[in-house]
Design a protein around this ligand. Structure first.
Ligand code: HEM
Length: 310
């Protein structure tokens, strides 16, 4: 597949290269000397390719004069220097490539002015093929050009990042959805909405305080409260601000779920309650579930004394 793409450029290149080749032969010797210097500074073999380019510039000044007519850009000097080296065909390919990606390879871009005829799209693929020899230059191209390039094949890999950008439009919906799902809010069964609870509490005959309890408030010690943990058929009681409530009837109505509500069973729920939802009006919801008051362990659970206090 590469052969066909490279063929068209080669046909046009030969003429310019012919002049370069003659000059290039004479320049070959100085280029080698510089190669040695380059090797001293640079360890990689590729340094030799760059070295000739540096040597050529002085001689290239003459070359540009001949070419001055065809190419508008004076930057051809660098190109000429590059071309004289043994890699003329590669340079030609690069020349074809330059038009589209001018920013990345200045030499290629300059040569591109000479090669305008070749199709820009084809040049990119060719460059990629030739690039293997010079991988260092290409890595940056895809990244920078990717944003600029609309092309299909390369865009596929690039589309992922763009999708992120475009996802910004989608993100809002997802973001809003995630927070809601992350909440511990439970799914209440039908008939257990806050309105249903309000209706239930509006009727005093429902005995939400619990069965077998006196009509008046009772005195509850910590040990008593501990036994009312909702297990083994016992109602779940909890204390809040010195008062004891039977939270058993509210379990299926609790928006936070049964498990969360029962975390306070048999003990004080004030701390948990305020940590999770301090804005909730406890008394307004559980007023009808009030069992009594919390007293110290030494105090006798005398209902008469409790009534006297009231
Ligand atoms: C140990 C005690 C309790 C715990 C651990 C607890 C936990 C929770 C949790 C996790 C939620 C869900 C919060 C969310 O939507 O992300 C919740 C919601 C709620 N809980 Fe409790 N809860 C407790 C006691 C109570 C009590 C005693 C009441 C009623 C007096 C109550 C009333 C509510 C209400 C009304 C909501 C909905 C709040 C809202 O949507 O803004 N909770 N609770």
């Amino acid at each position: 597949p590469e052969a066909p793409a490279s063929e068209p450029p080669k046909a046009s290149i030969p003429a310019a290269r012919a002049t370069e080749e003659t000059k290039g032969n004479s320049e070959a010797k100085p280029a080698q000397e510089e190669d040695d210097l380059a090797k001293d500074s640079e360890t990689t073999p590729k340094a030799s390719a760059t070295a000739p380019a540096l040597d050529v510039p002085s001689f290239q000044l003459e070359i540009p004069v001949d070419r001055a007519a065809p190419p508008p850009s004076g930057g051809d000097q660098t190109q000429n220097a590059m071309k004289p080296p043994s890699e003329q065909p590669k340079m030609g390919d690069n020349i074809l490539m330059p038009p589209p990606p001018p920013p990345q390879q200045p030499t290629a871009a300059k040569t591109s002015s000479l090669m305008p005829p070749p199709a820009p799209p084809r040049l990119r693929p060719i460059v990629s093929q030739n690039q293997p020899s010079s991988p260092g230059q290409f890595p940056p191209r895809p990244n920078t050009t990717s944003s600029l390039r609309p092309p299909p094949s390369a865009a596929a890999s690039l589309r992922v990042p763009p999708s992120r950008l475009s996802s910004s439009t989608l993100a809002p919906t997802k973001v809003t959805a995630k927070p809601s799902s992350s909440s511990k809010r439970a799914v209440l069964e039908p008939g257990y909405s806050p309105l249903d609870w309000a209706a239930l509490t509006s009727n005093p005959n429902n005995k939400l305080r619990g069965e077998n309890l006196p009509p008046t408030l009772i005195r509850v010690t910590p040990s008593m409260l501990k036994t009312q943990n909702g297990r083994k058929g016992a109602d779940a009681w909890t204390s809040y601000q010195g008062k004891v409530y039977n939270i058993t009837p509210y379990i299926p109505f609790h928006p936070g779920g049964k498990g969360e509500l029962l975390r306070g069973a048999g003990k004080d729920s004030g701390k948990l309650f305020f940590e999770i939802h301090p804005w909730v009006n406890w008394d307004a919801i559980l007023g009808e579930c009030l069992v009594g008051i919390l007293v110290s362990e030494t105090e006798e659970p005398n209902e008469n004394k409790l009534d006297a206090m009231d």
